[in-house]
Structures are given as structure tokens and as C-alpha cells.
Design a protein around this ligand. Structure first.
Ligand code: NAD
Length: 258
């Protein structure tokens, strides 16, 4: 029997085939989940509908996490679900380089609203759709606990997101609903490429990480399968790293001599 047979998982954050959410959706589908996908804005609707058609033909709904009416409509439409994947972030490009002390009030508020508060909003609206024993997961990054130059306010938002994961895990624990984060290594996507100097990051990780390789969206998807499945039924309030072990390094090996 497939690990996720009989489970319906709502996956947010598919923008195109390179999105981490697409890799997650591919693996959830491969392990038997029924998918519900959401999209933000008409610009990506066709791409998300195409992904849904390729992955079992499940329903597709609009969802803008900054808009409570949109979240109300989503809750009214989705029916019963066994899991939620939060794969959403946004930071103004000008706040993904330079000094954190130059971050504007407006840029900070927008980053926190879309990248952090959105998990509270999504879970708050969908908690009655979730079956007891369900699983919620959110995508985070090492820059939430360590200094990653240029990640800046995105890292501050990830720190808040990881704290939200823990508090929601407590809120929902009495229903057997688990809330975890997956901390992915750098993967080239529309969002990550906004971070100044991003293009060099995957190779730096591959050079320094114990497993000496880069990470793919489908690698993250494999972790999502475990977290969505009953195999992780006693795992909550945690951050799982899918980064080839990079986060555990305290000193990096010397670069090989040219
Ligand atoms: N790519 C990486 O290296 C990396 C590493 C670790 C964590 N992450 C995290 O993974 C998640 C997905 O990012 P990605 O790299 O796949 O990029 P992406 O650009 O493919 O996905 C970001 C998604 O956020 C959605 N979004 C933005 N504003 C929204 C709103 N108001 N309402 C609803 N959705 C909204 C976009 O539509 C898009 O689908 C993010 O949380 C990101 O921080 C990415």
C-alpha cells in the first residue's frame, strides 16, 4: 500500500515547475496522495492547472495569503484535508542585498506578513478542514538561525516562521495534528534568485556539505512524504534539514588549490 493512500494534501506555493512546492507535489502524488493545489494570481494559474493535471487532476483554487476573503473562500471550497504544505515567501528585492538596518518599515511588514504570518492565517482558516492526525509543514531556510549574507529580512521572517511552527504544534497537538518545518538547502527558483549572490550558493553548499551535493525540489519532496505520512506520527514542532548536512558544519574545508 502507498504511504499516502487515502490522504488529501493541500499544497500552496506552486508558481512553476521549479518551485519547491512542485517537487513536493510530485513526490506526494508519487506516494499516493490526492492533491489540492493553490495559486496566487492569474499570472501563474495556467502553470498550476497544468501541474495539477499532470499529478492526478485534483482541484485547483486561488489563494492569496494576504487576503482573508481569499482564505475564507479557500476554506469553503477545499472540504476535508489531511495535510497542508506552506511553501510561500515574499521579500522585496531591494531588501535582499545590502544592510539589514536599511530595511524599510514597509518592506519588513510585507516580508513578515507573507512569509511568516501567512502560516498562522492559513492554519487559522483551514483548521476545521483538517482531519485529526493531520500534518502541516512549512518551508524554511538556515538563514533563520544563522547569518547568511544578503538573506537579511528573509532570515528574520524565517526565524518568526520557525517559532510559529512550534506554537502551532502546541495549539494543535491535542488533535494529533503535527506541525513541522523543512529547512531546504539553496535551490534555484524564482524567489531564491532574488537574493543577491544566490547563484554561487548551491555550489558552495555542495563543496562544504558532508554529502557533497546540491539539493533538488524533489529531495525536499521526499522529506515532505515522510512528514505527511503516518511514519512521522510522533514528530512535531521540529525543523528537518534537507541540505546534504550543510547546517551541521562548524568549519568549512579549504578550497582545493587551483
Ligand atoms: N529556493 C530555496 O533555495 C529555498 C530554500 C529554503 C526555503 N525556501 C522556501 O521555500 C518556499 C518556496 O519558495 P521557492 O524557492 O519554491 O520559490 P517560488 O517562487 O517558486 O515559490 C514561492 C511561492 O510563494 C507564493 N506566494 C508569494 N506571495 C503569496 C501570497 N500573497 N499568497 C499566496 N502565495 C504567495 C508564490 O506564488 C510562489 O508560488 C519559500 O518559503 C522559500 O522561502 C526556498
Amino acid at each position: 500500500m502507498s504511504l499516502l493512500e487515502g490522504k488529501t494534501i493541500l499544497v500552496t506555493g506552486v508558481a512553476n515547475r521549479w518551485s519547491i512546492a512542485s517537487g513536493i507535489a510530485r513526490q506526494l502524488h508519487a506516494h499516493g496522495a490526492r492533491l489540492i493545489l493553490t495559486y496566487q494570481g492569474e499570472r501563474v494559474e495556467d502553470s498550476v492547472r497544468k501541474t495539477a493535471a499532470e499529478l492526478g487532476g485534483g482541484p485547483v483554487f486561488p489563494c492569496d495569503v494576504t487576503n482573508d476573503d481569499s482564505l475564507d473562500a479557500l476554506a469553503a471550497a477545499v472540504g476535508r484535508i489531511d495535510g497542508i504544505v506552506h511553501s510561500i515567501a515574499f521579500v522585496k528585492k531591494e531588501d535582499l542585498s545590502g544592510k539589514v538596518y536599511d530595511t524599510s518599515r514597509d518592506g519588513f511588514a510585507m516580508a513578515m506578513d507573507i512569509s511568516s504570518y501567512s502560516l498562522i492565517a492559513l492554519v487559522g482558516h483551514l483548521k476545521d478542514n483538517l482531519n485529526d492526525g493531520g500534518s502541516i509543514m512549512a518551508l524554511t531556510y538556515l538563514g533563520g538561525t544563522q547569518i547568511v549574507p544578503n538573506y537579511n529580512v528573509a532570515g528574520i521572517a524565517k526565524a518568526a516562521l520557525e517559532a510559529i511552527v512550534r506554537y502551532l504544534a502546541f495549539d494543535l497537538g491535542d488533535r494529533g495534528i503535527r506541525v513541522n518545518a523543512i529547512s531546504a538547502g539553496p535551490i534555484s527558483t524564482a524567489s531564491s534568485r532574488q537574493v543577491a549572490g544566490f547563484s554561487a550558493m548551491p555550489a558552495k553548499v555542495a563543496a562544504a556539505a558532508p554529502l557533497k551535493r546540491t539539493i533538488s525540489a524533489d529531495d525536499v519532496g521526499n522529506c515532505a512524504v515522510y512528514l505527511a505520512s503516518d511514519l512521522s506520527s510522533q514528530v512535531t514542532a521540529d525543523v528537518h534539514f534537507v541540505d546534504a548536512g550543510y547546517h551541521a558544519m562548524g568549519m568549512y574545508p579549504e578550497a582545493p588549490k587551483a
